[in-house]
Design a protein around this ligand. Sequence first.
Ligand code: SF4
Ligand code: SF4
Length: 146
Amino acid sequence: MSNYFGEIFGGFQSLLVGLGITIKAFFDPVVTLQYPHESLKMTPRFRGHIELVGDDETGESKCIVCGMCQRNCPTGCITMAGEKPEGAKKKVLTSYVLNFTTCSLCGICVESCKFGAIAFSKDYNLASTNKNDFIFDLKKRLGEKS
Ligand code: SF4
Ligand code: SF4
């Protein structure tokens, strides 16, 4: 008989402990997000794929088409082109494509650029079963941002 009441008491005690933990967790700060409806804000040092940086005023790419990033990329995943419009003094960027499937995020391209024209993005929402989805037209992306 005493064992019977002991078991009831033990069950009730564990119920109270469980409830206490649940109530405590209820008031804890929320650390999860409603992904994919919400996105996490990445830390300043996070390295997403590279992206072109636009001029603060015009929004146009700051790239002067020197080609240093393309030449220094160890895996050759940058393909870019530019042209000099008639009468213009400088070249203008016409295309900048990143093959992200071979990018190791080493950062050499970003370090090579002395004009602050490329930077790491904070984009981490990348998932696809098609590798062509990782060929990024960075000039187009810059235009979509501005
Ligand atoms: S981060 Fe490295 S591998 Fe990726 S594009 Fe830049 S230089 Fe190439
Ligand atoms: S190093 Fe910078 S300025 Fe030169 S081509 Fe690359 S992004 Fe453009």
